[in-house]
Write a protein that binds this ligand. Structure first.
Ligand code: ADP
Length: 403
């Protein structure tokens, strides 16, 4: 069920991690292995390559002559694209076949060096990046794989940058230390995050915020977490052919306002053209593939300017990843709830004094109603309502005045 992307620069330790994950019970799909398989002797892929590039790219024993082909495509952008048009769809199909063949309750790890370069991160429930300083990677490649320092540097520089990898990383495995230290991290990640994430997906069980209420300082990682989740949702909606029924996906709520302290909960909003979509199996499957589960119908609190509860209906999902608490609000795009969430966010972003007043109010109420028990849990939002109603009025007026 759980589909994990594993990547890192060349020489970072991906294979070492993949081997350990397989020992722990994961089904590993080795993208490099599949890339070799689709051009093996007598394969259709190889026949197409020979038809396009000539028999000079074949060795005497019938295998592809990678250095010869590499020399051609390295020098010629169009040739490279032609080659990719032959190999990429085949690798993609084979990857899907291997995934489908895995037991339904298995954790599948996709070991894919070009995760970032090929734009594959959003296909996975979670991306693991093995992180090592480039200098150390280069030393290990020279020491263990007989590369010259120049070769190692050229390979490393041809790949995505560390920053690009960090942007897709849901978890980093630090491999600047010893192999044992790396394997320990893999094991705790398996126990604390991958296994429970998989169990949650299988049980359709969402991850809820823990009691009591805690207002954290603003965390610059929040927008990046939201962006990765939104990319996953978008990817799965496109894959399911449902994207034309969705108007947009937004990061909303307090974590979407730079500088605002908040509960450590990422609120997302998915605006649908018709709320009926939210109860369809196809939609729920797409959301599960993006890591969102336990969808149920709810109604936001109506306001006097739109008193009909009907127009405040929404579907509400939680994330299944134990690493993050997500609240996903699926709202009709033309309804008041979706508009209000965006207005309130944009107003707070544009008005630092209001933002600071808001966090002061949140801290005051959290101190009064820490929500230490399930029963007290609702007291916090209820106590926030008077300030909130007035603030929403100001946000709407600001929005109506065209900012
Ligand atoms: P990748 O699959 O990302 O290219 P590997 O797992 O093959 O990387 O690791 C690259 C090389 O570095 C291998 O020879 C491996 O044994 C070695 N290696 C991996 N982790 C460590 C470590 N923490 N300390 C020293 N050598 C390591």
């Amino acid at each position: 069920m759980l589909y994990v992307g594993l990547s890192g620069g060349i020489g970072s330790g991906k294979s070492t991690v993949a081997t350990r994950l397989a020992e722990l019970g994961a089904v590993v799909i080795d993208a490099d292995g599949l890339a070799r398989e689709v051009v093996a002797p007598e394969s259709e892929g190889l026949a197409e390559i020979v038809a396009r590039f000539g028999a000079d790219v074949l060795r005497a024993d019938g295998w592809l002559d990678r250095p010869a082909l590499g020399a051609i495509v390295f020098a010629d952008e169009r040739a490279r694209r032609d080659l990719e048009a032959i190999t990429h769809p085949r690798v993609r199909d084979l990857t899907e076949q291997r995934r489908a063949a895995a037991p339904p309750e298995a954790i599948v790890v996709h070991d894919v060096p070009l995760l970032v370069e090929a734009g594959l991160a959003a296909d996975h429930h979670l991306c693991l990046i093995v992180d090592v300083a480039a200098e150390l990677r280069s030393q290990r490649l020279v020491r263990d794989r007989g590369m010259t320092p120049q070769d190692a540097a050229a390979r490393i520089n041809a790949q995505a940058t560390d920053e690009q990898r960090y942007a897709v990383a849901d978890a980093l495995l630090d491999n600047n230390g010893t192999r044992e230290e790396l394997l320990d991290q893999v094991e705790s990640l398996w126990q604390q995050r991958l296994s429970p994430y998989n169990d949650n997906l299988l049980a359709d069980r969402g991850v809820r915020r823990e009691l009591p209420v805690r207002i954290e300082d603003y965390d610059a990682a929040w927008p990046a977490i939201a962006a990765r989740a939104i990319a996953r949702l978008q990817r799965q909606l496109v894959t399911a052919g449902l994207d034309d029924r969705v108007a947009g996906i937004d990061h909303i709520g307090s974590t979407s306002v730079p500088g605002l302290g908040a509960k450590d909960v990422i609120d997302l909003q998915l605006r649908v053209l018709d709320l009926d979509l939210a109860t369809s199996d196809a939609f729920r499957d797409a959301l599960r593939a993006a890591g969102f589960v336990d969808g149920r119908l709810r109604t936001d609190t109506p306001h006097e300017w739109a008193p009909e509860p009907e127009v405040w209906r929404k579907a509400y999902f939680n994330g299944a990843d134990p690493g993050t608490v997500f609240h996903l609000h699926v709202r009709p795009a033309d309804g008041p709830g979706a508009q209000l969430a965006l207005q309130f966010r944009d107003w707070l972003r544009a008005n630092p004094a209001e933002r600071d007043a808001y966090v002061a109010e949140k801290r005051r109420i959290a101190a009064l109603h820490p929500g230490r028990t399930e029963a007290d849990r609702a007291a916090y939002p209820t106590a926030k309502e008077p300030w909130m109603a007035a603030a929403l009025g100001r946000a709407r007026a600001w929005s109506a005045a065209g900012r």
